[in-house]
Design a protein around this ligand. Sequence first.
Ligand SMILES: *[C@@H]1O[C@H](CO)[C@@H](O)[C@H](O)[C@H]1NC(C)=O
Ligand SMILES: *[C@@H]1O[C@H](CO)[C@@H](O)[C@H](O)[C@H]1NC(C)=O
Length: 570
Amino acid sequence: MSLQRMLKLHYVLVLVLCVSASEDFDWTKNERGSFYYGTFPTGFSWGAGGSAYQTEGAWDKDGKGMSIWDVFAHKKGKIFLNDTADHSCEGYYKFKDDITLMKDMKFNHYRFSISWPRIFPNGIKADHINEKGIKYYDDLINMLLDNNITPIVTLYHWDLPQVLQEKYGGWQNVSMVNYFNDFANLCFERFGDRVKYWVTFNNPWSSAVEGYETGEHAPGLKLRGTGAYKAAHHIIKAHAKVWHTYDTQWRSKQKGLVGISLLADWGEPVDITNQRDIEAAERYVQFYMGWFATPIFNGDYPQVMKDYIGRKSAQQGLGTSRLPVFSSQEKSYIKGTCDFLGIGHFTTRYITQKNYPSGRGNSYFTDRDLVELVDPRWPDPGSEWLYSVPWGFRRLLNFVKTQYGNPMIYVTENGVSEKVQRCTDLCDDWRMQYFKDYINEMLKALKDGVNVKGYTAWSLLDKFEWDEGFSERFGLFYVDFLNKNKPRYPKASVQYYKRIISSNGFPNQREVESWKRKATETCSSSNQLLAADPLTSHMEMVTEIVVPTVCTLCILLAAVFLMFLLRGRF
Ligand SMILES: *[C@@H]1O[C@H](CO)[C@@H](O)[C@H](O)[C@H]1NC(C)=O
Ligand SMILES: *[C@@H]1O[C@H](CO)[C@@H](O)[C@H](O)[C@H]1NC(C)=O
């Protein structure tokens, strides 16, 4: 995922809510607590995903150029423990093994991204096309199709060619629109006979805000109050251009769909009876998903963004709004450029109104005039920002339905990470619970009439989590990053998700209640596997410390120590 570090701890005031404040939101009337037994429509698509920089490794192999993430991660002090994704899961070499895993889980689709600098090492078509990079994706796509797995392909998952950043300022420069369109056009030309689901951008919110406003992500710029808006403006134009390119040049031949994947966390008013909180919560969602979705579906930025940023810019004495403006021609060009909407959803916040005086310190965050809160009772199993709030998912999906005319939706990311780095813990109880509850809320949303066509668990593998390095594990499969072979081990959630897929939902209480126990049985034997395997396969690597080995050693030491203790006693 998806690393929104937007959530700085100082933004989060922990809040104890009275139950009365958490009544149902307008358009979702059903009670929160009850589990819904039922199945998904026939043809509902199940899968998992990952992205190029996070999983491929091979960062400088076979003619690949550098991306902004290669450069950013190589700088010291940017990434947790100064890790990089130079090798990561070595997906570039191991995709055949991974497809075997997917096949075993009976996936209908797999979502991955194409690395722009692997295809155009210098970012630009006229410069050089890297056929070896094309061959890698050809092989991947062909093997997926041979196994009846539909590829869902993202064109931009944050790895802009470094050359374009250095020469032109990356997404600050409108010229990216044409460069990206050239890249997308080549992908349609070379892969479009086989790929029918295209995602132009993955979570552009992060590219814009974390790349150009907070600087926590590549390219690491801190252009507060302007950088994110400008980057997003160009990204939206680029998305629209690529959609039109497909529409005019490829659609009649290839008959595919082009969408975008937006990160969309839900915002719930703290006090549902307080109009200011209700407005603040809606503002939260509009500044988040609406920033991108409203132009693409309705032709222009959300009115509330235009109002707030415009007013604050004026108070700062600026002649024009820090939020760029689309011309009327651009508005009609951008409107309707989405065949399906990809939703990445992880968590929810309570929102309350808070005025930030406008001044020099203006930023995307203060422009919103709100505070994000969390309920301390929400389970918080993984990343610090990721609280499990399943009902927020259903509300978000219903919001999308009402705001954007019930578009076709693919859930392109949903999942949870691990906080505790226990060495051999493959029994990920909390992940099974998260999938169960979130997928169930999606099922309820379907019954509400939301047009969801597919679900992508995030993610297939543990992988490089951007500025968090390898410290957060989202995978269904555990990856031993310290072993140069990067072996994958199934967590219990693999078995659990497999049962959801094979039942196409939650058939009945008796069956569903047995799933967790059955899945947990398999993970205790996998744990032994994980503990035993490295002893042999790691012998060659004297210098590398292997986590499971260390654990085994710890246990041995403890046993010896205990022996001594006991001997002293008797
Ligand atoms: C990362 O690099 C910085 C700068 O060289 C250094 O100060 C820091 O200690 C490094 N962190 C780790 C965990 O190695
Ligand atoms: C934007 O990119 C173009 C090349 O396409 C370049 O000529 C121009 O100088 C760039 N502008 C800035 C501000 O970097």
